[in-house]
Design a protein around this ligand. Structure first.
Ligand code: ATP
Ligand code: MG
Length: 354
């Protein structure tokens, strides 16, 4: 059976980079005798323009019937003044909720040829290869919020809620991932202050009993934030709750030098959602200069996590490494001395390497 992949090109540079990801998937399919069917569906601003809805019903239907979803990017200045539910990002949040993707995986890998682009020292960054597993559908983002009058003006409250079940499913996923990597897992919390973190830590210790081959460490989030900059190589897999994960994954992203390189996966019980971490980059849309490697690496994650095709995923990742090592650079990666390649030239180079 061919794998049904839903494509969400979206807005801005989305369609340009999506075309390169499809090229790469077709090349991998050819090389490994794997078959795909692609269905392109409207989302975000373009869907608002065409259907008056950032996540039209037919898109949601198509997503649920697919084996995996590849998303490029949504949003742009054209829709920024729209009312809440008619904004492109509203479609994105609704989609994540509908698909029940509770785990967000963000690999952070330092590509040797790009290290000079970072503001940090090369010797700190060399060989960084870690993965942050962030809880995505619980915690303080979703707890009760309220305001009430206060003598000084107002009082505002956010509530941080986690249940054993919510913690257990994300932690279990992190252990499985850690088992397939270096068998080292850091659980990040604030157990010296937060009750939800104490439940988190207790649950991690319970789940750990099922994975005796994985070394499990607890680290406080403030210390973790520091260690990510001081010595990121000490980490392999990190698992944490929603807000800590949001902050730490943006921090860790900067270890690699360019936002255009970073992929992500959002997983749950149903279909997995894969997307680069960057946005729709309206400032460079239509120019053919966007870096397609973030979405190409997201496609690799799709092959690994949705289909279990490790070799196929690895060949894409090795090709990216190889093409960068040979000096190919899109504008965002290029130094003053480098010759720049276009979006589609970069895609072609990856295809050739495969
Ligand atoms: P969002 O809110 O959707 O995250 P944003 O406005 O915060 O969007 P991006 O769209 O990611 O951020 O753009 C931030 C900057 O990075 C822009 O200058 C953009 O051109 C650049 N950028 C983002 N993605 C890429 C890419 N794939 N290739 C080259 N440059 C990129
Ligand atoms: Mg942004």
């Amino acid at each position: 059976m061919p794998k049904k992949i839903a494509l969400l090109p979206g807005d801005g540079i989305g369609p340009e980079i999506m075309a390169e990801a499809v090229k790469v998937l077709e090349a991998v399919g050819k090389e490994f005798s794997r078959e795909f069917t692609f269905q392109s569906l409207p989302i975000g601003g373009t869907a608002i323009d065409e259907f008056g809805d950032p996540l039209p019903p037919q898109t949601l239907q198509g997503l649920k019937e697919s084996d995996a979803v590849l998303l490029a990017a949504v949003g742009g200045p054209k829709w920024d003044q729209n009312p809440g539910n008619l904004r492109p990002e509203a479609g994105l949040l609704r989609m994540r909720k509908e698909l029940g993707v509770f785990a967000n995986l963000r690999p952070v890998k330092a590509y040797e040829p790009l290290l000079h682009a970072s503001t940090l020292k090369e010797e700190v960054l060399a060989e960084v290869d870690l993965l942050i597993v962030r809880e995505l559908t619980g915690g303080i983002y979703f707890g009760d919020k309220s305001r009430k009058p206060h003598v000084s003006g107002e009082q505002a409250t956010d509530t941080l809620v986690y249940t054993t079940e919510e913690i257990e499913r994300i932690v279990r996923m992190a252990f499985v991932i850690a088992r397939n990597r270096k068998k080292l897992l850091h659980s990040v919390d604030k157990a010296n202050v937060l009750e939800s973190s104490r439940l988190w830590r207790e649950t991690v210790n319970q789940v750990a009993k099922d994975y005796p081959d994985v070394q499990c460490e607890h680290i406080l989030v403030d210390n973790c934030a520091m260690q990510l900059i001081r010595n990121p190589r000490q980490f392999d897999v990190l698992v944490t709750e929603n807000m800590f994960g949001d902050i730490l994954s943006d921090e860790a992203a900067m270890l690699t030098g360019s936002i255009g390189m970073l992929p992500s996966a959002s997983l749950g019980a149903q279909v997995g959602l894969y997307e680069p971490i960057h946005g729709s980059a309206p400032d460079i849309a239509g120019k053919g200069i966007a870096n397609p490697l973030g979405i190409i690496l997201s496609a690799a994650m799709m092959l690994r996590h949705s289909f279990g095709w490790e070799q196929e995923a690895a060949i894409i990742e090795q090709s990216v490494q190889e093409v960068l090592a040979k000096g190919a650079r899109t504008a965002d990666l290029a130094g003053p001395q480098d010759t720049k390649v276009s979006t589609s030239e970069m895609g072609d180079l990856i295809v050739q390497a495969i």
